[in-house]
Design a protein around this ligand. Structure first.
Ligand code: RB5
Length: 154
């Protein structure tokens, strides 16, 4: 399984630790984030990872900034991306089971490395359940593509 990972200047150390951790488990992890602690604008990494996921170059993405908020917001602007920022493994798992997230994000200033590893494990090991959840995913897609939601006007 191929993953892309991206980060800003607040998350270089956590990015490196997560990359090493996942490579140790057999994942191929492509680093497109900054390796410098010099101030770096997170939308660049958010976009790069999102682009690779949306284009099918990788099977999923991991994004880390100070809070995970800015970098996930950036990724979510790319069509087809469902990026979830979370601070706990339960949300990470459910975001895959119910929302079919294709990017997981977290904050290097918010959680510790062990929680970050658990978030990655739960997210990567979970499988989208489909079924009743697909109608909602399709509605999200409708909003994205049309800036409208017919069902909201019923
Ligand atoms: C950088 O100071 C910080 O704003 C960024 O890492 C992130 O937390 C934004 O959402």
């Amino acid at each position: 399984m191929r993953l892309a990972i991206g980060n800003d200047h607040t998350a270089v150390e956590m990015k490196n630790e997560i990359k090493e951790y996942l490579e140790g488990k057999g994942y191929e992890v492509i680093n497109v984030g900054t390796d410098s602690t010099v101030r770096f604008n997170y939308p660049i990494s958010g976009y790069k990872v999102a682009r690779m996921v949306a284009d099918g170059e990788v099977d999923g993405g991991i994004l880390i900034c100070g809070t995970g908020v800015g970098i996930s917001l950036s990724a979510n602007k790319v069509h087809g991306i469902r990026a979830c920022v979370c601070s706990d493994p339960y949300t990470a798992k459910l975001s895959k089971l119910h929302n079919n997230t294709n990017i997981i994000a977290f904050g290097a200033r918010v959680i510790g490395i062990e929680t970050a590893k658990m978030i990655c494990d739960e997210w990567l090991n979970a499988e989208y359940e489909g079924g009743r959840h697909q109608i909602r995913i399709d509605m999200i897609k409708e909003i994205e593509e049309t800036q409208n939601l017919e069902a909201a006007h019923d």
